[in-house]
Design a protein around this ligand. Structure first.
Ligand code: GLV
Length: 323
């Protein structure tokens, strides 16, 4: 029987796997320590991992029987895919099923930051709501504003579709320009990154983390933005330099930010970002609806089973292993 390691309890049934594999599920809430992964990887045929597991070259090379790596996430920057490809190990991920949930959450953050929902809630609970005031907690209008989408992939496009309902002007920047048909359908305008920074009232990040997007937002980029602008990040924390974000928010280079991802994760308890009133921070939950997380787990299990059976993974990030 093939052996499987699943690095956390999943919100989906493992019956299909149990039928033909011997399954170990890491039982704790915290991820398995690296040394534990290194020990287990030597014995398993399949690994189902999460974005909190650093699946590096050393680990992949130690997995002498490893036939498939299946990650329950769409992003896979924690996995050394080149090392997996070199060993012809397919790597699976979970695109599409989390697109809408993630776009919804980017919007939840955008609205919350624009209208200062979290600050308002804190003020109310602190018994500081004394009367209706003409200038209490003034935020920014969303309807009719300019939205800048950095990365117009699956999730960026879903964010754009939602923005249409708010009658926003939608700018985007992307490695490659989309087709005129798609641009027209989404009502989006392709601009250079710097132009987007200068024009957008709201900037929302939807790029994967790669060497090119690491700290894509640093001091220079915040300086290009409007002092009234709001930044939303539901992609990966390291796309934004956290020290530069602190400077931008504390010095009023931008008005506010709302981030679901940080560098590192979790955010260190002594991070100066935690002292800022004009920053909303949530614990990487953009895809965390009950339905979506179940779909992600189910898809990760399907990828795992396909890999164990020597079949092509339904959602593979390195299809070159099949050529
Ligand atoms: C979550 O961040 C994911 O990549 O699925």
């Amino acid at each position: 029987m093939p052996k499987i390691l699943i690095t956390r309890r999943l919100p989906a049934s493992l019956d299909a796997l149990d039928a033909f594999a011997s399954v170990e599920v890491w039982p704790q809430r915290q991820p398995p320590p690296y040394e534990v992964l290194l020990d287990r990887i030597r014995q398993v045929d399949g690994l189902l991992c999460l974005l909190t597991d650093p699946i590096d070259r050393r680990l992949i090379e130690a997995g002498v029987n490893l036939k498939v790596i299946s990650q329950m996430a769409v992003g896979y920057d924690n996995i050394d895919v080149a090392a997996a490809t070199a060993r012809r190990i397919p790597v699976g991920h979970t695109p599409d099923v989390l697109t809408d949930a993630t776009a919804d959450f980017a919007w939840a953050l955008l609205m919350a930051a624009a209208r200062r929902v979290v600050e308002a809630e804190r003020l109310t609970r602190a018994h500081q709501w004394q009367t209706w005031e003409p200038d209490l907690l003034l935020g920014a209008d969303v309807g009719g504003a300019t939205l800048g989408i950095v990365g117009l992939g699956r999730i960026g496009q879903a964010v754009a579709r939602r923005a249409k309902g708010f009658e926003m002007r939608i700018l985007y920047t992307n490695q490659t320009r989309c087709s005129p048909e798609l641009e027209q359908q989404l009502g989006v305008e392709f601009v250079a990154f710097e132009e987007l920074l200068a024009r957008a009232d709201f900037v929302t990040i939807h790029t994967p983390l790669t060497p090119q997007t690491h700290h894509l937002f640093s001091d220079y980029q915040f300086e290009q933005m409007q002092s009234s602008a709001v930044l939303i990040n539901t992609a990966r924390g390291a796309v934004v330099d956290p020290a530069a974000l602190y400077r931008a928010l504390s010095q009023g280079k931008i008005a506010a930010a709302a981030i679901d991802v940080t560098e590192p994760e979790p955010i260190p308890s002594d991070s100066p970002l935690l002292t800022l009133e004009n920053l909303i921070i949530t614990p990487h939950i953009a895809s965390a609806s009950r339905q979506t997380r179940t779909k992600m787990a189910t898809m990760a299990i399907e990828n795992l089973i396909a890999g164990l059976q020597g079949k092509r993974l339904p959602h593979c990030v390195n299809p070159e292993v099949y050529s």
